[in-house]
Design a protein. Structure first.
Lengths: 340, 381, 93
């Protein structure tokens, strides 16, 4: 234990001994990189199977507060990238992690975030093989920003793509919607709301494997992150050139999420999720997919919420509780609390 | 009872829709010769679209969307003044989320925030007051917006600030009142309305007799309504029954929340803190006499217009034209549907709003866009 | 205009300032009772109020709510009877 002081200073980003101490004590001890060179050196055998494809994705994570009920920026950074790979049908293998740290950030906080990342990576079965840190002056970042990139392998013959969704396909979500978004709104504190809500942040790799085993004809999946279910469905409807109709009566929503939305005048369909996906499967495989999802802990609340239809192409509509229908549009800007 | 789900019961809605159907048929309402009912309140407009009620009721019922969205009727000059206050050194400018995206002549509050002004979204004026307590070296300003529902909250907040002797908290007052624009609409010879759905939450403050003139002087039925789907449907049925029976009365569908005489504490707070302005400008409706409120002299310490010398006097001297080519005024007064405006969906969209009706989720244009009205022109082709 | 939602008062947090905690579907927020506490704030614990921008603006009249729902139930039954009569007439003709 050579790291001095309890807060990160600009010296920790200066390239000297302090930086080396920070990286070794806080990061590499937890992440066990594949080599101590400046690059990860990885066996390509997993990619060599004929017909297999490499999947590669990257995502940056900024969240305020950095720690919240049910997770922290580290769990978002691991699961966000794991899920981006998983919903494309890839088995996630390796991750990189880059940290931009605001001067003055507590080293204990960094250690907690890194511990979360290690635990979530283990759970997802991925290795963090390379990384980077930079320290910036006070105010140049908000505590901590994390960027993760991920590499995975898509097995031969697997082809998930929104363009494959056809009328009749059934849409399934893996659980209640909006917990993460509503939890973060409360955790920020400025709205003075309290509830027992926890973020839904979770890795969905195992869930996707279960769905694909039970419903080999599955067409496409998306994780419902920023912009919520509504944005994911709109992207899919547009890509596939189909309409998507969902049923308001069956949408899984916790009372607390509904309450938060009522108080602030928000629509839960647009609240962010960090452990929720929507998958489209052929109608005759829907029950099998549903059962397989429910057998996995992250899919216990799996529900059929709608289906693809021919018209109106490119639009998402919702059958309301009264049998009316309305368009569920893309989110415009950020949802702001409203009084009217 | 939670007083929410009970009033969203599809079975009850079905019976109401059948009742509306029978009554509308009995009084001869048709698609070409509809009964035109104005829902005054933007919250009702939003609920009608959110639940698709306009498509569920008899085709002889036409909803005309009224001026009851405080953000939509806020003139651009007032947004400019809000931005100007927000950009003063040392100011923390606080606002309900609704006003953040409304375009001024140069920018919105959201754009001013991006350029460096300290502008924060709050849920309650009490939260703005708390911000002032915690930041005694800063000047905290709250953007006071809204009709009689919201006015008591800012009045009580000013009274609280005065009790605590606070020196760094002011309100930029843009409160407006419901009855004067209704009278202005009824005086418009082009306006053909058969009845009104009255604003439930305004009425819980001011009571139902504020609308007596609508029935007495203009012979139109008005039913004060709640905001759940069965509330709205029941109110439509009550308006139709008045028409069927040749009555014009003020009725109260929302008696669980609206007392006949309103809320005396709220009314007293409003009267203590505010006084009527001689007139106030409404986007789309122009200047309307005695339709806006300002902070009384005795509370001048809490009046942002007095504190910063920015305010209504300046705005009146500087007439600001509405965006060229838009038909905001005609939509606002219910003369045309949003889809009848040439800019709707072409140059005016929620991403790039030209008029405020496209900004607020209560605005008729945004509601049309969001909930499917934009398909109307396609369907008509 | 004027988003207002029902919430239940669960406890008084600051009697002098007339502040209380309200519960909306498990989400709690402090609200002012200044507009509705003419009988003293304590009497409001357990009652349902209509909340707008952090203020309880009205105490919900539970008897009126029940009366409204009851009237709607009756309307529903009446509509059903009418529908059955119409059905019967169609069957006869």
């Amino acid at each position: 234990m050579v790291l001095r002081g309890d807060r990160v200073t600009l010296a920790h980003g200066g390239g000297g001994r302090a930086m080396r101490d920070l990286i070794e004590e806080v990061f590499t001890d937890s992440f066990e990189p594949a080599s101590m060179e400046d690059q990860a050196r990885l066996e390509a055998a997993a990619l060599a199977e004929p017909g297999a494809r490499l999947a590669f994705t990257t995502d940056s994570f900024v969240v305020s507060p950095v720690e919240f009920p049910g997770g922290d920026i580290g769990s978002l950074a691991i699961n966000g990238t794991v899920n981006d790979l998983a919903v494309g049908g890839a088995t996630p293998l390796w991750l990189s992690a880059a940290f931009i740290i605001e001067e003055g950030t507590e080293i204990a906080l960094l250690r907690r975030v890194v511990a979360t990342m290690k635990a979530e990576a283990d759970r997802a079965g991925v290795k963090i093989v390379t990384g980077d840190t930079k320290v910036v002056g006070r105010g140049a970042a908000d505590t901590l920003f994390v960027t993760t990139s991920g590499v995975g392998v898509i097995p031969p013959g697997r082809d998930l793509a929104a363009t494959r969704i056809a009328p009749g396909d059934v849409a399934i979500v893996n659980g209640v919607l909006g917990d993460h978004g509503a939890c973060i709104l409360a955790a920020r504190g400025d709205l003075a709301l309290t509830s027992d809500l926890q973020s839904d942040c979770a890795g969905l790799g195992h869930l996707m494997e279960a769905v694909l085993a039970a419903a080999p004809g599955a067409k496409a999946a998306r994780d419902c992150t920023r912009g919520g279910l509504a944005s994911a469905l709109n992207e899919m409807a547009e890509a596939a050139g189909v309409g998507i109709e969902i049923d308001e009566a069956v949408l899984p929503l916790r009372a607390e999420v509904k309450g938060t939305c009522e108080i602030l005048g928000l629509d839960p369909l647009y609240l962010a999720n960090e452990g929720r996906l929507v998958v489209f499967v052929p109608e005759d495989q829907a029950e099998a997919a549903l059962a397989a999802m429910r057998a996995v802990d992250t899919g216990a609340g799996a529900t059929i919420i709608g289906w693809a239809i021919a018209e109106p192409a490119g639009l998402v509509t919702m059958r309301t509780l009264f049998g009316g229908t309305r368009i569920v549009d893309m989110l415009v800007g950020e949802q702001l609390p409203r009084i009217c | 009872m939670r007083f929410v789900e009970e009033f969203r019961d599809p079975a009850l809605a079905k019976a109401l829709i059948a009742g509306i159907d029978a009554t509308a048929t009995a009084i001869g309402a048709t698609k070409d010769n509809p009964v035109r009912i104005m829902e005054i309140c933007g919250g009702h407009t939003h609920a009608i679209f959110r639940y698709g009620l306009d498509r569920l009721v008899h085709e002889g019922i036409e909803f005309i969307h009224g001026p009851g969205c405080p953000v939509c009727v806020l003139p651009m000059a007032r947004v400019d003044e809000a931005v100007q206050i927000a950009e003063q050194p040392g100011v923390i400018f606080t606002s309900f989320g609704d006003a953040m995206r409304v375009p001024g002549t140069k920018k919105s509050l959201l754009q001013a925030k991006a350029e460096g002004a300290d502008i924060r979204t709050v849920y309650s004026p009490l939260d703005a007051l708390e911000l002032a307590r915690r930041n005694p070296e800063r000047e905290v300003v709250f953007f006071g917006l809204g009709f009689e529902t919201t006015t008591p909250s800012t009045a009580l907040t000013i009274q609280q600030a005065a009790r605590e002797g606070m020196k760094n908290f002011t309100i930029f007052c843009n409160h407006i009142t419901v009855p004067p624009p209704i009278r202005a609409l009824l005086d418009d010879p082009d306006m053909l309305l058969d009845g009104f759905i009255g604003p439930g939450h305004v009425s819980m403050v001011i009571g139902i007799h504020a609308y007596d003139f609508i029935a007495r002087d203009y012979g139109k039925p008005i039913v004060v309504a709640g905001f759940e789907p069965t509330d709205l449907l029941q109110s439509v049925l009550m308006v139709l029954r008045q028409i069927e029976e040749g009555r014009a009365e003020v009725e109260n569908q929302y008696a669980r929340v609206v007392p006949e005489l309103g809320n005396p504490v709220s009314l007293a707070a409003i009267a203590d803190v505010y006084e009527e302005r001689p007139s106030f400008a409404w986007r789309g409706l122009g200047e309307i006499d005695l339709s806006g409120l300002r902070i009384r002299e005795k509370y001048a310490l809490y009046d942002a217009e007095a504190r910063f010398g920015i305010g209504y006097g300046a705005a009146r001297a500087r007439e600001v034209a509405e965006p060229e080519g838009t038909e905001c005024a005609a939509v606002m007064t219910g003369k045309i549907k949003p889809t009848g405006c040439p800019m709707f969906g072409t140059q005016c969209t929620p991403e790039t709003p030209l008029g405020a009706l496209m900004v607020s989720s209560e605005g008729a244009c945004a509601a049309y866009w969001q909930y499917g009205g934009r398909r109307a022109p396609e369907a008509a082709e | 205009m004027c988003l207002g939602i029902p919430g239940q008062i669960v406890e008084i947090t600051d009697a002098a300032r007339m502040m209380a905690r309200a519960d909306v579907s498990g989400v709690k927020r402090e609200v002012s009772l200044a507009c509705v506490a003419d009988g003293g704030p304590d009497a409001l614990v357990g009652r349902w109020v209509l909340i707008h921008v952090g203020f309880a603006m009205a105490v919900i009249d539970e008897a009126e709510a029940a009366a409204t729902l009851e009237a709607l139930q009756h309307l529903g039954e009446a509509q059903e009877t009418l529908a059955q009569m119409a059905e019967g007439e169609r069957a006869l003709s």
